[in-house]
Design a protein around this ligand. Structure first.
Ligand code: ZN
Length: 79
């Protein structure tokens, strides 16, 4: 799967692990938001589940009403 532009959470730190079940701190690569969550230490989880995780902070900003702002001045314009 390709996630070129997606906002990805990644594991920052595994805080505890019991067999394959673990607790970890996930970090958003985009805004740095930290989230504690559980996980399951197998290939499917790492390859399919983590890449689909959404950052709640970025998700809030990117809800339906979000429209990217245009720059106030054109690129290269001398202010
Ligand atoms: Zn984020």
């Amino acid at each position: 799967m390709h996630h070129e532009r997606g906002i990805k959470m990644r594991i920052k730190e595994v805080t505890s692990q019991h067999r394959r079940d673990f607790q970890a701190i996930y970090e958003c690569e985009h805004c740095g938001e930290l989230r504690k969550s559980g996980g399951y230490d197998d290939a499917n989880f790492h390859e399919n589940v983590i890449p689909e995780m959404k950052c709640t902070e970025c998700d809030k900003k990117a809800d339906g009403s979000y429209v990217p702002r245009e720059t106030k001045f054109p690129e290269g314009y001398q202010i």
